[in-house]
Design a protein around this ligand. Structure first.
Ligand code: AMP
Length: 268
């Protein structure tokens, strides 16, 4: 597995791939089975799989967990080698933001509800970094998790709106044995917090099956021990509004200082 540390090394590596198709897997590191599933599915789509690890400052607001975000580079590299990734790119902040931390690609309307209301800086940071990463690495395909479902849709919208030549694929959410969606931020959870966290998926499932309504879902989450619910709602998966076919349940909830998100399809 090639480890790429500079833009010139990336350019050289990219040129050497010739006509082979390339899948890019964007990540912020602290890799788990969810990330590895993106690599696995990426390898089915393309000849070559390139993954990058970059903790993107523009998608964090002041006071969020940019500084404390888990870093496990040695273990990440071992996992990627075992998963069969061909190359891993480790850009520096200067590589990606040579002129400072500026938003240069704004997210479209899909970014406004839900996550956009609670983390207004977030999606513009994501679209800015991805536009730059795509332009530098020139992938054919990009694998992204349904775990971050609104992000996936926002990025698909960006590619259409800007007529970018990349195909974005969503990959199912990988969960642990108790149904908790794998996330790098799960590393923040204490044993007791973990017991609370696993209720998120169960309550979302009840909401998706119409066994409870949104209000009851929020009550249940609070009773389970969540401290604050940003949203827990059933929305249209193409607009994130309460309109048309309500086919996706989505939630963001806090346990102490850890914010967890999850979502699932509603069978309609
Ligand atoms: P992150 O490192 O958290 O920015 O995530 C990098 C990519 O991995 C994103 O496209 C995520 O949606 C995806 N991802 C994160 N967790 C999971 C999971 N549990 N299952 C599938 N994909 C995931």
């Amino acid at each position: 597995m090639k480890i790429i540390k500079t833009i010139s090394a990336l350019n050289e590596w990219r040129d050497n791939q010739g006509v082979q198709t390339i899948t890019l897997v964007p990540t912020m590191g602290a890799l788990h089975e969810g990330h590895l599933k993106l690599v696995e599915d990426g390898l089915k789509k393309a000849d070559i799989c390139l993954l990058y690890i970059f903790l993107n400052p523009t998608q964090f607001a002041a006071g969020e967990d940019l500084e404390s975000y888990p870093k496990t580079l040695d273990a990440d590299l071992d996992k990627l080698k075992a998963a069969g990734a061909h190359a891993v790119w480790l850009p520096t902040q200067k590589d990606i933001y040579p002129n400072g931390l500026e938003i240069t690609t704004k997210a479209g309307a899909l970014a406004y509800p839900l996550e956009g209301e609670h983390r207004p800086h977030f999606f513009d940071g994501v679209t800015t970094v991805l536009e730059r990463m795509f332009a530098l690495s020139k992938p054919d395909f990009v694998m992204m998790g349904e775990k971050d479902f609104q992000q996936l849709q926002v990025v698909k919208q960006m590619v259409v709106d800007h007529n970018m030549p990349y195909k974005i694929f969503g990959v199912e959410t990988i969960r642990d044995q108790n149904g908790l969606a794998l996330s790098s931020r799960n590393l923040y959870l204490s044993k007791n917090e973990y017991i609370i966290a696993v209720q998120l998926n169960k309550i979302l499932r009840d909401l998706a099956h119409s066994e409870i309504n949104e209000e009851q879902a929020v009550e249940k989450l609070l009773r389970a021990g969540f401290d604050k619910i940003d949203y827990c709602t059933v929305r249209n998966s193409n607009s994130f509004l309460e309109e048309g076919c309500l086919d996706r349940v989505l939630a963001a909830a806090w346990i102490g200082s850890t914010r967890l998100i999850d979502n699932m399809q509603v069978k309609v």
